[in-house]
Design a protein around this ligand. Sequence first.
Ligand SMILES: Nc1ncnc2c1ncn2[C@@H]1O[C@H](COP(=O)(O)OP(=O)(O)OP(=O)(O)O)[C@@H](O)[C@H]1O
Length: 237
Amino acid sequence: MGDSHSGPIPALDKADRSELLRALESSLGSSFSSDPLLPNPNPLIIVISGPSGVGKDAVINKLREAREGLHFVVTATSRAKRAGEVDGKDYYFVTKEEFLSMVERDELLEYALVYGDYKGIPKQQIRDFMGKGFDIVLRVDIQGAQTLRRILGKSAVFIFVVAENEMTMVERLIDRKTESVESLLVRIATAREEVKHVNKFDYVVVNAKGKLENAVKLVDSIIDAEKAKVWQRNAVI
Ligand SMILES: Nc1ncnc2c1ncn2[C@@H]1O[C@H](COP(=O)(O)OP(=O)(O)OP(=O)(O)O)[C@@H](O)[C@H]1O
């Protein structure tokens, strides 16, 4: 502010706003800044987990439509592609050999053998998108969430998605028509154990039958609240 205003501050009802601003600045001895008062919130890593069939993918797919600025990490897997799945979008489909060489090159944040197939999270993808200011969404099973908690600690947000009851969860798995009877039995038995791990998460989201929108809204609000935290999480991969 070049022209110093040393005179009295004009009456609020007489002066126009810019005149008043200049007078206030001059009286305070410094100009008002339009820079943000506080730094932008840190990019978040949001881990979404829960037993098989609770609707993790359904929640994530809706969240994709509901919220901008999120990057949904594409997991690498050695499992066969299901009907309708697209390489590079749903998963990176690789052979077991390719997967193991990624492990050897330390390219994965976390990996595991799940129901006989490898699944892992490529580190570089997370770094790239966090660098661009995106919040990162990871979709992992409970085992993966536990490993990520060990690696990331409190630097990431962990959300546990559940169905409202066991019956609903099993019905969803049956209706999805992707599982054999054997795999259904394994998934159900595993889910019963997995629900006990909820206390290791930061938030729980109930995805009740026909209420997918509510579950998505809650996840959206959790992210908003996390972005508004005074003490920000600070994830480094
Ligand atoms: N709130 C809901 N109400 C009714 N059906 C739902 C709801 N949420 C998800 N579903 C349906 O339940 C089935 C299982 O959901 P989804 O595939 O998203 O589960 P998932 O947790 O990702 O399972 P997995 O871990 O086995 O991949 C899908 O057919 C999905 O459309």
